[in-house]
Design a protein around this ligand. Structure first.
Ligand code: 5GP
Length: 191
């Protein structure tokens, strides 16, 4: 998605050589026009597939999931982040390793909001090692949903998440794939 790539080049900041900070338009302050364009782009890429519901994880995925769900006219469910490990029968849970914080946390979704055989499109802001998306897939599997695909705003192609998902046979659409951070320069993978 060319406009997204241009915005990343203009306003993205590389931290510690491997984290892309996009707080000025994606992760803290959000550019609503870009967010709506992202939702439209995910819609165009997945419109021929079956999508009954969008699934994401709080917080950063929500804006893009909502913009996508608006285009599909389907509900958007976000997994909540938990610290506790106590199991309740009312929710599906999965444990995730946070790439940016280097800690484990639990995500959970109320059983009420995922039904068996629903076709789920997973949306998230970043794909790095794939932990967050794998947690969402785990939850969708517990609920016996079908996974239509995964839509990612920014994939860090030099980390393993993309390969893991493709190896699982999951359709992955990333709107911008970063090949490398070369001497503090962002290099995108060619489409
Ligand atoms: P993963 O679970 O794929 O390893 O990492 C994905 C999650 O980590 C994303 O939801 C995002 O919150 C965070 N993340 C990973 N890499 C980056 C990065 O370079 N920049 C930002 N802003 N977040 C990242």
């Amino acid at each position: 998605m060319e406009s997204l790539k241009q915005r990343i080049l203009k306003d993205g900041v590389i931290i510690d050589g491997n984290i892309l900070k996009v707080d000025s338009f994606l992760n803290h302050q959000i550019d609503p026009r870009l967010a709506f364009d992202i939702g439209k782009e995910f819609y165009n890429r997945f419109k021929n597939a079956r999508v009954d519901k969008i699934l994401t994880v709080e917080t950063s995925g929500i804006a893009f999931a909502v913009c996508t769900g608006y285009n599909f006219n389907v509900p958007v469910v976000f997994a909540k982040k938990y610290n506790g490990l106590n199991m309740s029968p009312e929710v599906y849970r999965s444990k995730i390793r946070s790439y940016t914080k280097q800690t484990d946390y639990i995500i959970s979704v109320s059983k009420e909001y995922l039904s068996s055989n629903e076709n789920i499109l997973i949306i998230d802001d970043f794909l790095a090692n794939g932990q967050a998306v794998l947690g969402l897939i785990d939850i969708a599997n517990q609920a016996k949903c079908n996974i239509t695909g995964v839509g990612i705003v920014i994939e860090k192609g030099f980390q393993q998440g993309g390969q893991i998902l493709r190896n699982l046979g999951i359709r992955l659409e990333s709107l911008a794939v970063i090949e490398s951070f070369n001497n503090n320069k962002i290099i995108f993978r060619e489409d």
